[in-house]
Design a protein around this ligand. Structure first.
Ligand code: NAP
Ligand code: ZN
Ligand code: ZN
Length: 347
């Protein structure tokens, strides 16, 4: 076994604290990685606080991992010691069901193994995430990272990046589309970069007026403060596509009414509570309400390659791991510009 240092929550109420644990020695197809940076996703906080239910403790969060390969198993083909690599939200799946075969491992019909707060395929061994100094992952779930991009800015691509890239691609967002991104946080700011890069006309819908300048710098063409009735009136029934990244409970009907005929709103934000949807919000304009969950391994690699070609990374604030609780407080306030990334050298 490998001895690993990390930070863990012992229960839904305790703050994160240093935690030593063990990982498996790399098997024939495994890659061992020295973790250099790990992004801080709002899902980390939802799960540490057990807001979605079913959390497994102790919990070492973190699924926006970048680092350097330190060891490879005897059958590993695609990686060698010293390579820069990434690990996202998934570390295993059955690999043989129809969804796995279609490169949609996140929807594995048997069991998709999340990077933390999950059990391995044996359904016994808990998984521990990237707020730690080393991880061991099968090469199929390890991603290649370009050395052209700043590594710390790449980390958030492993979740915030793929979670926004995937629905924009699936719904074929591009030139001629009016797109709204709701919530300018970790996911939202990546959605703006991708949607603008794909050629769409992008509007940010935000509760925070002071984010306007940043939104435009990220590539947005318009900015609407959602509390301002006058501004909202002007964008009623105007969008072809809305990507909703809000992490807290809110009224979906409010945003559905901003879609034009045949428009679609995709939920990627996961507020813990159920929210009522009025039939009138949908039938009036033959609108669709949909959802999307991260992305498969093939598409994640495609996204990373797209980012390398187009020089896209996340806007980040580097923090030492001791600052993590304070980072969560700021995250809940919507005060993240636009992703916290932990420097694992501070562990
Ligand atoms: P984040 O950085 O905290 O951003 C969320 C943004 O939502 C905030 O910056 C804020 O933007 C807005 N917001 C927050 N509370 C709000 C409220 N009460 N009313 C209206 N707007 C509010 O979080 P994130 O890391 O981007 O994650 C966003 C959500 O996506 C989380 O629920 C997370 O669990 C989920 N997620 C889902 C997937 C998936 O696969 N579907 C993957 C990753 C994360 P403004 O200041 O601009 O209003
Ligand atoms: Zn995430
Ligand atoms: Zn499967």
């Amino acid at each position: 076994m490998i001895l690993v240092k990390g930070y863990a929550a012992q229960n839904a109420k305790s703050p994160l604290a240093p935690f030593n644990f063990q990982r498996r020695e790399p098997g024939p197809t495994d890659v061992q990685i020295d973790i250099l940076y790990c992004g801080v996703c709002h899902s980390d906080l939802h799960q540490i606080r057990d807001e979605w239910g079913g959390s497994i403790f102790p919990m070492v969060p973190g699924h926006e991992i970048v680092g350097k390969v330190s060891k490879v198993g005897s059958e590993v083909k695609n990686f060698k010691i010293g390579d820069m690599v990434g690990v996202g939200c998934l570390v295993d799946s059955c690999r043989s069901c129809s969804n796995c075969k279609a490169d949609l491992e996140q929807f594995c019909e048997v069991h998709s193994v999340a990077t933390y707060n999950s059990l391995e395929m044996d359904r016994k061994t808990p998984t521990y995430g990237g707020y730690s100094n080393q991880i061991v992952v099968d090469e199929k779930f390890t991603l290649k990272v370009s050395d052209k991009l700043k590594l710390e800015g790449v980390a958030p691509l492993l979740c915030a990046g793929i979670t926004t890239y995937s629905p924009l691609r699936h719904w074929k967002v591009g030139k001629g589309h009016k797109v709204a991104v709701v919530g300018l946080g970790g996911l939202g700011h990546m959605a703006v970069k991708f949607a603008a890069s794909f050629g769409a006309e992008v509007t940010v819908l935000s509760t925070t007026a002071s984010k306007e300048k940043d939104a435009k710098k990220l590539g947005a063409h318009h900015f609407v403060v959602t509390k301002d009735e006058g501004q909202i009136k002007k964008v009623k029934e105007s969008f072809d596509f809305i990507l909703n990244t809000i992490s807290a409970q809110h009224d979906y009907n409010f945003f559905l009414n901003l879609l034009r005929v045949n428009g679609t709103m995709v939920l990627v934000g996961v507020p813990p509570e159920a929210v009522p949807v009025r039939a009138f919000s949908l039938i009036g304009g033959r609108r669709s309400l949909a959802g999307s969950l991260i992305g498969g391994l093939k598409e994640t690699q495609e996204m990373l390659d797209y980012c390398a070609t187009h020089n896209i990374t996340s806007e980040i604030e580097i923090i030492p791991i001791k600052e993590i609780e304070n980072a969560y407080v700021r995250m809940v306030k919507g005060d993240v510009r636009y992703r916290f990334v932990i420097d694992m050298a501070t562990l």
